[in-house]
Design a protein around this ligand. Structure first.
Ligand SMILES: [Mn+2]
Length: 431
């Protein structure tokens, strides 16, 4: 049974109040862009094509190893998570798919899961496996690793779980499996670095062999945590080596939070595009480490620079360029629905600004080694307020001009709090 949904009439009511003001802002911006030869309609149409997946675990309150402070009306199972994802999509219209996680989202009847999602207008993005924690009743522990464990029986169990995820994903209509492992070591000498990587490749080859013809496997790297001395797939170098060794269906996934501070992520993105190994993204933002903060909340300029590389790839028609976009954030102090809506819009904003870059001018400045004008060219695009484009794109797709205002007015969270009596020890997790 589906619970409370926001009435589309409320969206229309809100939009009616804001529509005239938006039209004026849009017209003004359109005239401004036209002066530099930009067609606002073409950019708006392009923004409408941008889609990002919502991870099922993102709609629950996150937490840290120190604690978790659950919010009211949290989804208690994957079906309620789907309702929240559908609400996000209803208001922002750029998040039509969800990325499920197993075993957290395990259900008896996968067909029912698919049908419930379809009824809510949602599809499925990449499926995520989990060998970074032990599940109740699990035969062998992952305390000292999963796909790279020294014991072949543990590795076999982890491989089997990933193959099961592929099977579930096939039924759901997914086309990719994302693999992130926590394997590594906390102390020097604890692990033979080369042998651990060899075991990873051996396990991944078995998973790779189980991929359907039209599937990909996304390898997600992360520099540290929970392993604090060495992580087997710590960086894009290890990821690239593994993806290359495995074959063309293996690609490198970039989670923006999984790098050391100040690492030039846009350069990593450019390299992976050049060598046709970019799987896609887990979007978030961070200041100190894998903070899993809302996209664009700390460093929107860096996010813009990443999107600049992505737009370059499209403009330059780079072969094999078809990245998967997903948000991967931990919402510890905000309403997850509000965070995910504003983050989805932050991604659209970075994309729209990247579309505005005068690439001919930039190229000329690069060729003539005019560093300051090259930077100015990027800044000019970055500093343009593209809000009217984003709001118009949402409105034209049936969404809300001001999604947060509609969401708060609707009382959705309070309704869910009444509908979803909480039980203690609800699981959560971030990958
Ligand atoms: Mn991630």
């Amino acid at each position: 049974m589906t619970g409370y949904r926001i009435d589309d009439g409320l969206v229309a009511e809100h939009n009616a109040v804001l529509e005239a003001e938006l039209a004026a802002d849009y017209e003004h911006l359109g005239a401004k862009l036209a002066r530099s030869g930009r067609d606002i309609e073409a950019i708006t149409a392009e923004v409408q094509r941008f889609k990002v997946a919502v991870p099922t675990w993102g709609v629950g309150t996150g937490g840290t190893r120190f604690g978790r402070f659950p919010g009211p009306g949290e989804p208690r199972n994957v079906f309620e998570k789907l309702e929240d994802c559908a609400t996000i999509q209803q208001l922002v219209r750029c998040a039509p798919t969800v990325s499920p996680h197993f075993p957290w989202d395990r259900v008896e009847d996968v067909t029912e899961l698919k049908e419930r999602a379809q009824a809510l207008g949602l599809g499925f993005d990449a499926v995520n496996s989990n060998t970074f924690q032990d599940q109740r009743g699990q035969k062998l522990s992952y305390k000292f690793g999963s796909l790279t464990h020294t014991d072949p029986a543990v590795r076999a169990q982890a491989v089997q779980h990933n193959i099961e995820c592929i099977e579930i994903g096939r039924k759901l209509g997914s086309k990719a499996l994302t693999v992130w492992i926590a394997d590594g070591a906390n102390f020097p000498g604890q692990q033979h670095l080369t042998k651990a990587f060899e075991r990873y490749l051996d396990s991944m080859r078995q998973i790779y062999a189980a991929l359907p013809e039209d599937w990909s496997v996304f390898l997600e790297h992360k520099l540290y945590e929970p392993a604090f001395y060495t992580t087997v797939i710590a960086d894009w170098g290890s990821s690239y080596l593994a993806a290359t060794a495995l074959g063309p269906k293996a690609l490198c996934l970039v989670d923006l939070g999984h790098h050391a501070p100040n690492v030039n992520i846009e350069q990593i993105v450019a390299r992976l595009i050049q060598f046709e190994k970019l799987a896609g993204f887990h979007f978030n933002d961070s200041k100190y480490g894998d903070d899993d903060l809302d996209s664009g909340s700390i460093d929107p300029f860096r996010l813009f620079l990443v999107f600049h590389e992505l737009v370059n790839a499209v403009v330059e028609q780079r072969p094999g360029f078809a990245p998967a976009y997903m948000m991967d954030q931990s919402h510890n102090v905000t309403d997850p629905i509000e965070s995910l809506m504003s983050s989805a819009i932050a991604l659209q904003r970075a994309y729209a600004k990247a579309l505005l870059v005068d690439r001919d001018a930039l190229s000329a400045y690069q060729e003539s080694n005019d560093a300051i004008m090259a930077l100015e060219t990027l800044k000019r695009a970055f500093e343009t307020d593209v809000g009217p484009i984003l709001a118009t794109a949402r409105m034209r797709a049936g969404g809300a001009i001001d999604p947060l205002a509609v969401y708060r007015t609707s009382g959705y969270r309070a309704r869910k709090d009444a509908e979803r009596p909480q039980t203690p020890n609800l699981g959560g997790g971030i990958v």
